[in-house]
Design a protein around this ligand. Sequence first.
Ligand code: PLP
Length: 374
Amino acid sequence: MKQVYLDNAATTSVRPEVADEMIKVLREEFGNPSSTYAIGRRSRALIEAARKNIAKQFNASSSEIIFTSCGTEANNWIIRSSVRDLGVKRIITSKMEHHAVLYTVKQMQKEYGIQVDYINILPDSSFDYKHLEELLQQDIPTLVSLMHVNNEVGTEMDLKKVSDLCQAHNALFHCDTVQSIGKTEIDLSVLPIDFIVASAHKFHGPKGIGFAFIRKKNILKPMIFGGEQEKGMRAGTEAPHQVVGMAKALELSYSNLDEERKHITAIKEYCKSKFTDIFSDVHFNGNGIGFYNILNILLPISSEKAAMLLFQLDIQGIAVSRGSACQSGSQKASHVLSEFLCDTDLAKPNIRVSFSHETTTEDIDRLIEVLQTV
Ligand code: PLP
């Protein structure tokens, strides 16, 4: 049975060229990057070349890139260190953030008693920028933590508008860019963003590696203590194969971006038109402002049918998800959809279909074919 993978917001396949580079490093470069003899120096050189390559994609400086194990770790570090080390007394965020941000902010509120303000969400799932501007009027050391692309609905934030607002009001700006890195251009020499984060497995790289961009003027302190790795910011022996794999995946994502974005945009349109053909009253959440690789669909089917839907798709070899990956299988309403859907719509079953350059119209046809039998 052909497997149909339509859950690229949860994770992506590793590009063959990435796997090849990683295997080469694993086979040939086992040196500890901290060792001063030649084998170690070669590993160090691989890591630093990868850092430079990554920084180049965003017009950043390589000293501003710190490797982490994933996006969650990078988000945790930035938020915690902003409160602990940069004097932040208030965080402005949204209730639509990934739990990696949402729960970290709550923890900071509990541990440090900081003020937390949540910006309003408009009915189309976008952030209420006017409300953000109002909140920013209050003169208190603030970190704004808002995501670039929502992982469940695909809603895309106006990065320029938010970063300009933060700059104008002297607020630090942390943007969870896990869903957008490698999928859209981000020029950090133009956008006044203080912190962004990435996770390689979202852009066809390996799992277990990500990075944080920390703008030079912000001096964070470590979250993990030990050796001098990553300028002492993240102790622990580096994983050269992971770092090299991530840099290669990012390089390929950006060199293929125009072509792949075009392909994925067309697939998304095809998918929407197929859904509209078979369900006359289908509703696409965040329609019109959604990022090009994510489609969140409210299905006009009974809850009895919906209860078995993902299971039935799964036994037919189709991978899609309901809400965010970590919540699949849970019957609780999504914390993201709850922010902007009315109770009637919230009760309707929803699925998230997310595409990659590998997705074909045949994959969509197969999804539709199986859905029609459910
Ligand atoms: N932030 C967003 C928006 C995400 O979609 C995810 C993963 O789904 C994360 C953070 C966490 O990233 P990681 O899986 O690398 O910890």
